[in-house]
Design a protein around this ligand. Structure first.
Ligand code: GTP
Ligand code: ZN
Length: 341
């Protein structure tokens, strides 16, 4: 039972708005609890339409009015009612968003007070960074790490284009963080990476040209078409404007984020970053309120632990670098190799 008034004609955004505002809605027989709702997973969002996988069938849905302004994002587990056939020109309704196990957020830049949830329920953040062409951007990686720690996602560093340059320098920077990482070449197998992705929900982020699409395509062949030419929500032939797209992968999900080039970190406090450093977090409990934990912070307990030889200097340097990554705005330029004390 499609909600179209005029039969199975093409629905567009205006149709929906008109109908949602319209006063006479003979179709709504009240089903307050939506007992017939089925659970779905949101795999793409495009201008008020949600593509949901419901019992293995991709269904396009709109948001039920009763949900108000709350956001629905890729990765959300939702309850869906209405036409769940998945046939063209049918439109179901999302009536509930289930509690999220995690939310990955961003702001447009570090001063933007409006934070936006990009993806829900992910558990891993694959940070794609090229070793050359474009030059590695540790600053971008740092900001992604901060976003991952704040969201409670496990970071996974994917260093691409290893055929062009050595990973040694980048690995030296990130080794103290104990990150899982993958060094990737175009002609080498992806077995280890695959095993790290299987059964999990992984968000891929990367700045332009680092080879993220190439990598996602190698993992899930055929996504090029889905992303580039066919609208991921409606399946129709026009370019998509989705900001994220979930692809099934070996018992889990890969979530590509074509529109996400950087993370504004305005919404993330220093505590959330320190929380990602389990070995330093306990020292921080003794810091004065609003401690910056930087080298010049008075009475910083992390600094004191460093002086006593109880904190790992490389870890402290990494923490300080991540803390200061909140202060800049521009992700796009390669980071100056700042020698952190
Ligand atoms: N040498 C080399 N080139 C690669 C590798 N991976 C991707 N490339 C090339 O790098 C360029 C950018 O790759 P994309 O996969 O489009 O990069 P992207 O990160 O998706 O960037 P956008 O398309 O801007 O989102 C393309 O010309 C690829 O062929 C690699 O491992 N080695
Ligand atoms: Zn401190």
């Amino acid at each position: 039972m499609s909600r179209t008034r005029g039969g199975g004609r093409h629905l567009d955004e205006d149709d929906i708005r008109v109908r949602a505002r319209g006063g006479s809605r003979p179709r709504t027989r009240k089903r307050p609890k939506h007992e017939d709702a089925r659970e779905g997973l949101v795999t793409a969002v495009d201008r008020g339409r949600y593509r949901c996988l419901v019992d293995g069938v991709p269904v396009v849905a709109m948001k039920a009015r009763e949900l108000g302004r709350g956001s629905i994002v890729v990765g959300d587990r939702v309850d869906v009612v209405g036409d769940l056939s998945g046939r063209p020109d049918t439109l179901a309704r999302v009536v509930r968003v289930r509690e999220r196990a995690s939310v990955l957020r961003r702001t447009a830049d570090d001063t933007d007070p409006v934070e936006r949830v990009i993806v829900a329920n992910a558990d891993q953040l694959a940070i794609v960074c090229a070793l050359a062409d474009p030059a590695p951007q540790p600053r971008f990686v740092d900001r992604c790490l901060v976003a991952a720690y704040a969201a409670g996602l496990e970071p996974l560093l994917c260093l691409t284009k290893a055929d062009l340059a050595s990973p040694d320098e980048m690995l030296a920077i990130y080794r103290p963080l104990g990150l899982p990482y993958e060094v990737l070449e175009p002609d080498e197998g992806l077995e280890e990476l695959r095993s790290r992705l299987a059964g999990r929900t992984t968000v891929f982020v990367g700045s332009s040209g680092v080879g993220k699409s190439t990598l996602v395509n190698r993992l899930v062949p055929g996504t090029d078409r889905a992303v580039g030419h066919v609208n991921a929500v409606t399946g129709r032939g026009r370019h998509t404007s989705t900001s994220a797209l979930a692809l099934e992968f070996e018992g889990g999900w890969l979530i590509d984020t074509p529109g996400v080039r950087s993370f504004g970190l305005a919404h993330i406090g220093p505590e959330e970053i320190v929380r990602g450093f389990h070995d330093l977090d306990e020292f921080a409990a003794d810091c004065p309120p609003d401690c910056t934990h930087q080298a010049d912070a008075p009475a910083c307990a992390i600094g004191a632990a460093l002086d006593r030889g109880e904190a790992d200097p490389d870890r402290v340097a990494s923490l300080r670098r991540l803390l200061s990554s909140r202060e800049g705005e521009d992700d796009s330029e390669p980071a100056p190799q700042s020698p952190t004390p």
